[in-house]
Design a protein around this ligand. Structure first.
Ligand SMILES: Nc1ncnc2c1ncn2[C@@H]1O[C@H](COP(=O)(O)OP(=O)(O)OP(=O)(O)O)[C@@H](O)[C@H]1O
Ligand SMILES: N[C@@H](CCO)C(=O)O
Length: 386
């Protein structure tokens, strides 16, 4: 992530799409793609926003009966516009849009009720919504970066990840979008020393392991700051010859619905099945030449894909039919995150494989198209323009 020291008045934020799980790595593996959410941001640093500081409002906020006044105050400090891609159903009211709501949470954790200077954001989002390509994760990463750059908060990428996790509770998508490449991550159950320091401050750290979050509660005087170092990660080796064929059905599947389809408990046999393949998979995707039979077998899963198959017609056919012995160049197949997109890792014959996958979906009356994507090794990029 690049960031100049001078407070920029014109900058660009780019965040890669991502695929989570990659077969056996449920809630831990993430892969960033060369498909980017882009924000072009202008900050009018000549005109400080009115009522920028939370403590200037201390008494007023105590008296504010509704969130409405806080929202309208924030909405006056930022404007957002989308280009035509994938934005029809997205809110352009800043206090209701995921990107700027996330930025608002980060600002409020720093005592700011609004952006310190008026901000204008043009958003280009080629990442399809609700398809398992990490559009919400990319939006959250873009939001924390927007607050960091526009308010010159000086947060490094590890702290940005803490804030992103206060919103998106599973680390796989946001870690890949923030860091780039092929990432394994976990949430740290034991808050470290710096996190306990936060306990003495007036901010109570958000409990990252519960599902509900008050991060977006605008009426909160000072929202719960995330503990420091709440996630740990490693960036894994990736053979650049391997590309991803994203086979994208036309229907959406919200993550919350796909997570509700999962059981609360698993047999030891199923857990061991996934653990064994996960261990192999984290290494074999960095080997050269790739080993198709090993990769294909290591991408098998018993924790989430079988339980989501009913929500993605054609998934079981794809997992059963797309094998390296039948399709030269094919390495492995998996549901992308919570779906419905299916990601096929391959080193050759991308179009033959993509068309075959779309035809299998079509046999189940599912319209789909495919995109051949490289793995993005850069992650979040913040580029100063002026
Ligand atoms: N680029 C974006 N800008 C603003 N809000 C977004 C954006 N992408 C996603 N969101 C918000 O996040 C919500 C959930 O997004 P989406 O359904 O795409 O993500 P998901 O289901 O969590 O997983 P995935 O994006 O991987 O499918 C959307 O309904 C939308 O409100
Ligand atoms: N690991 C998450 C990813 C969601 O994008 C899930 O599969 O629910």
């Amino acid at each position: 992530m690049t960031q100049s020291s001078k407070a920029p008045s014109h900058f660009e934020i780019t965040v890669p799409a991502s695929s989570a799980n990659i077969g056996p790595g449920f809630d831990t593996l993430g892969l960033a793609f060369s498909l980017h959410l882009r924000l072009e941001v202008r900050v009018d640093r000549t005109t400080p926003s009115h009522s920028a500081r939370l403590d200037e409002h201390h008494q007023e906020i105590e008296d504010v009966a509704h969130n409405a006044e806080l929202c309208s105050l924030f909405d006056q400090s930022v404007t957002i516009r989308y280009t035509e891609q994938n934005s029809r159903e997205l809110a352009v009211k800043p206090s209701r849009n995921l990107i700027t709501k996330t930025a608002w949470y980060v600002l409020r954790c720093h005592g700011l009720l609004v952006f310190p200077y008026p901000v204008d954001v043009i958003i280009d989002n080629p990442i399809p919504l609700g398809r398992g390509l990490g559009s919400s994760g990319a939006a959250v990463v873009a939001g924390v970066a927007l607050a960091n750059m526009a308010a010159s908060l000086g947060l490094d990428k590890n702290r940005l990840l803490d804030y992103a996790l206060a919103i998106e509770r599973h680390p796989d998508n946001v870690s890949a979008s923030l860091l780039g490449g092929f990432v394994a991550s976990y949430l740290d159950d034991t808050p470290n020393a710096s996190a306990t320091k936060l306990l003495e401050s007036r901010f109570q750290p958000v409990d990252i392991h519960t599902q509900q979050t008050d991060a977006f509660a605008p009426s909160a005087m000072a929202p719960h700051m995330p503990p420091m170092g709440v996630s740990r990660y490693v960036q894994l080796p990736w053979n650049p010859r391997i590309k991803a064929i994203a086979v994208i059905p036309q229907f959406q599947l919200a993550t919350v619905k796909a997570r509700a389809a999962l059981p609360d408990t698993y047999t030891r046999a199923d857990l061991v099945f996934n653990l064994q393949r996960l261990a192999v998979l984290t290494h074999t995707l960095g080997q050269d030449p790739p080993n198709p039979l090993l990769i294909h077998a290591a991408m098998s899963d018993r924790v989430h894909q079988i339980y989501r198959a009913a929500l993605v017609p054609g998934l079981e056919d794809l997992l059963r039919t797309l094998v390296p012995t039948e399709l030269p160049g094919l390495l492995g197949v998996c549901l992308s995150g919570a779906g419905p997109t299916v990601v096929i890792l391959a080193e050759d014959n991308f179009d033959t494989i993509g068309k075959k996958a779309c035809s299998i979906f079509a046999e189940r009356q599912v319209k789909a198209h495919y995109q051949v994507l490289n793995v993005d090794q850069a992650g979040l990029q913040c580029k100063t323009i002026a």
